[in-house]
Design a protein around this ligand. Structure first.
Ligand code: SF4
Length: 323
């Protein structure tokens, strides 16, 4: 299967905080709140990154977080906030002011929190990772599959264009992968809100309990991509980040999207895996730039009200990014 083109979004990757209440055994990003290299970015620090993105024609502000929960309050207080969602909403406003469309991944938000952030976001996301209970999540309360499925369901009830995905190689079986993809399919058939599903390979990180574990093989990834393409409706894009798997190995199996690619920031979750240059990717396959909200949701007016002006500015008549 070779599509006519694959899509991508030019973004600024903003690692808002690495403070996290979970302890996923594969994670090299999280820090305890009292750790010397824990961080919570101030709106001014976010603004600096967004200015660089604006100068490089990036349309997306990708906000990523650990799952801070109550751990974050002290750090928030130091920068003048008492409420996490108000802080996230302010960061989204800063992005919009800079001409960037927010795509927020802020963990397992409640229905009311999603509802508060919807107007300020073009789209939002949360990885399902796996529907199975795996040992690597035993110290990660918010990785319980039922909690994550609840968030994805709530996003559907609120008509938020949504990104989710699975993580391959964290102790789940092939059957678990199928069941995870089937669960995503079921929610999409009910709410029609899933814009893309990421098939993300586990990458071992130094100084983590899984540092010596093998990543999934190319064949396992290819089989999972093909399964996803068979299970998910065609309007749901299949994404594999090109810094984690080369295009010529993923596209023939059903990948149709490369996700966010940033000319100004690294992949903070996989810092050793550099983004390939767009020019190099473009020599392998025809690329088409999209916004963080997929075309059919642009055309269907699913975006948050406060992003409307930017979306009108950036989207062409098919809902892709204007050239
Ligand atoms: S993967 Fe995400 S939820 Fe798990 S420990 Fe890392 S930052 Fe926290």
């Amino acid at each position: 299967m070779n599509p006519d083109y694959v899509t991508f979004s030019k973004n600024v990757f903003i690692p808002v905080t690495n403070i996290c209440r979970n302890k996923c055994h594969y994670c090299g990003f999280r820090r305890d709140p009292d750790s010397a290299d824990a961080h919570l970015m101030t709106p001014d620090q976010v603004s600096v990154l967004l200015s660089k993105g604006a100068s490089n024609n990036c349309a997306e502000a990708l906000f990523t977080f650990g799952e801070p929960d109550e751990l974050i309050h002290e750090a928030l207080g130091k920068i003048g906030y008492s409420n996490f969602i108000e802080y996230v909403a302010d960061l989204c406003r800063v992005a919009i002011t800079h001409g960037s469309l927010p795509h927020t991944n802020a963990g397992t938000l409640s229905y009311d929190e999603l509802r508060m952030l919807k107007p300020l976001n073009a789209s939002m996301g949360l990885m399902l990772e796996t529907i199975a209970s795996v040992a690597v999540h035993k110290d990660s309360p918010s990785k319980a599959p039922e909690i994550r499925l609840r968030v994805i369901t709530d996003a559907g009830r609120l008509r938020i264009p949504f990104t989710t995905g699975i993580l391959v190689g964290i102790g789940e079986s092939r059957e678990d992968r199928i069941n995870s993809l089937m669960a995503i399919r079921e929610l999409h058939l009910r709410y029609e809100h899933i814009q893309e599903v990421i098939i993300q390979p586990f990458v071992p990180k130094p100084n983590t309990p899984m540092s010596n574990h093998k990543p999934p093989s190319t064949e396992e990834m290819q089989e999972t991509i093909a399964l996803a393409r068979r299970i998910l409706p065609l309007e749901v894009a299949i994404q594999v980040p090109p810094n984690l798997m080369p295009l010529h190995l993923s596209i023939p199996y059903g990948v149709s999207d490369l996700g966010g690619i940033s000319p100004v920031t690294i992949d903070y979750i996989n810092p050793d895996n550099e983004w390939p240059a767009l020019e190099a990717l473009g020599s392998c396959v025809r690329l088409r730039e999209r916004l963080p909200i997929y075309p059919r949701f642009v055309l269907g007016n699913w975006y948050g009200a406060e992003t409307e002006e930017l979306i009108s500015k950036y989207a062409d008549e098919d809902g892709f990014r204007k050239c």
